[in-house]
Design a protein around this ligand. Structure first.
Ligand SMILES: [Zn+2]
Length: 162
């Protein structure tokens, strides 16, 4: 019986960058499997699409292009923030502008964005607001452990219960 909408899918997966030889991003095989409710928007649509005809016990292997995963890398999503914004009590704390540090910003509408400091000079800080996986094709392999109907309360809450 193949996976249908509103079913709880339990699976193990390994995610690599680009292809079967790509860098390992994450793997559930040594830990708890992933559990999600199929077809309610918990997962990337292309991920679910590739599992459509799968049954319990099936293995899977597929690639998802960056634009269907975390999006293409957007050069416009790099912001230059004046160093003056980082001045607290008359000086800049070096720790607050360390390369690789993650930074949360809010715009005038109250939307918040998470970025990574990628460059600094005397006058400004460059912050990359792209998703860390933006521009990277994803390559998944794994195995479907089990499939079952979601309970009413799981569907109400939009997540799997123990
Ligand atoms: Zn719940």
């Amino acid at each position: 019986m193949a996976i249908k909408k509103n079913q709880v899918v339990v699976l193990h997966y390994k995610l690599q960058e680009e292809n079967p030889d790509g860098e390992l991003v994450e793997s559930t095989f040594e830990s708890e499997p992933l559990e999600f409710i199929y077809g309610i928007g918990q997962m990337i649509p292309a991920f679910e699409g590739n599992l459509e005809q799968k049954n319990e016990g099936d293995d899977f292997a597929f690639a998802i292009e960056a634009e269907e995963a975390y999006g293409l890398y957007d050069e416009q999503a790099i912001a230059n923030i004046p160093m003056s914004e980082f001045i607290v009590d008359g000086k800049v704390d070096p720790e607050s502008i360390e390369l690789g540090r993650s930074l949360g910003l809010q715009d005038a509408q109250g939307n918040s964005y998470q970025g990574i400091i990628v460059e600094t000079d005397e006058e400004s800080i460059k912050v990359d607001f792209n998703h860390p996986m933006a521009g990277i094709d994803l390559y998944f392999t794994g195995k479907i452990i089990s499939i079952r109907e979601a309970t009413d309360s799981e569907l109400d809450h939009g997540h799997v219960h123990e």
